[in-house]
Design a protein around this ligand. Sequence first.
Ligand SMILES: C[S@@+](CC[C@H](N)C(=O)[O-])C[C@H]1O[C@@H](n2cnc3c(N)ncnc32)[C@H](O)[C@@H]1O
Length: 457
Amino acid sequence: MNKGKILLVGFGPGAKEHMSYRAREAIAEADVVIGYSTYIKLVQELLAGKEVIRKGMTEEIDRCVEAYEQALLGKKVALISSGDIGVYGMAGPTFEVLLQAGWKPDSGIEVEVIPGATALNACAALVGAPLTHDFCSISLSDLLTPWPTIAKRLESAARGDFVVALYNPKSGRRTRQIVEAQTILLRHRSPDTPVAIVKSGYRRRQAIQMTSLAHMADCEIGMLCTVLIGNSATFVQEGLMITPRGYANKYDRLTGEAKSGEEAGRSLSMGLNGWHACVRKQLRDQPERSLRQAADYFAAPLGEILAAIGAAQDEAGDHRAMAFAMEDLAGVLEAAIDWGRLRAVVRTDSGATAELLLDAGDFSRRGDWLNLITPHFHLHVDLSRIASAWFFSQENRQQGLYFLDPQGDALFSLLQIKRDGVFEPAALTSFHQARERFGQPHVAAEEILQAETETDE
Ligand SMILES: C[S@@+](CC[C@H](N)C(=O)[O-])C[C@H]1O[C@@H](n2cnc3c(N)ncnc32)[C@H](O)[C@@H]1O
């Protein structure tokens, strides 16, 4: 008996011109074609003489099982899906069914996945070039995914300034999800952010609405739509939605020459290494700028600012930062007893700040916890959450220690207190001695010079 084969075919958005050559070939070579009835209609003209198995919307796993059973009979089976079959499509469930049934890649039944232009590519092409920079897709369908997971992904995409493509945005039954998505995105993005809603792209009833994030949820949206939401740089001009690639960061728009400090084929001056130098320049130029103000200005965690300062101490003006190892915590706290009264600052994400006056000698350690218990307050710090610890000083403004979590945000800081507007000279000396003793030299990330030519494309 012939060995069967399963062809997992993504046939693109719907129009035959946008089906790949291999997708067309795969359907032609199949004995059996299995698909959701709407998809079968879309490729009808390719199905003459074939066994066609139509399945309903909710029979996804049935389609996979059927494909496997037909392949076991020695047939070539094309399981078809719109767009790309691996994007919210049948490729994943088919492999899951096969693996559960004991199938292995070398067990006789070959499986080929044939890619297609996914809805987000197709819809983007219809409205201009909205995906020219980092983007992500999020499905608003909570049929198989818990809403908190979807909400977390929306929040992360919004924070990360990704262009966002929303799949399965709304159905007759699911009408609130798009409103919730809008609310989450609006927390981080301007209400004027361009939005394109493409219905049935490259199909007979294609319809396009251009709107803004503020008005997105008021538009006509359904299951045949993909919603494309711009990032902070996306603009609409002449009816086209465009996300810049970033050339304006490096090249003069008129002359095409690289801007001062920039070089073709090399990281931007604000690239991985260069941007730390920009932080140091800022702090040199504005010595009064606090660590937190610098973090806000660069929209970066405190840890990045401390690392930037630590990488070249002499370049950050009055700011000095040096990390120390957590094994040395006991030694550092012992030294801090000489710093006198200290201010422990604890900030919550939700905006509350606690400032506690204490002495370093009051701390005690129990397992993973650093505890300080006084009649007025208790402070408990989970040491296992501390990813890095730093000495930080800003000339006559701040001297102390910062303890950061893995994201580089401050868990708490322990700062010296001024008396009559100045730090105690003895406390300052002790701070410098502790930094000398426990501070570790920062290893700056060396830029790896690439021998091959790199393009800016
Ligand atoms: C189950 S997903 C299938 C995605 C498909 N595998 C792909 O790669 O495009 C169905 C969703 O894809 C989007 N979609 C698929 N085809 C589309 C088209 N032609 N125009 C607009 N959106 C489309 C819609 O958001 C729809 O709710």
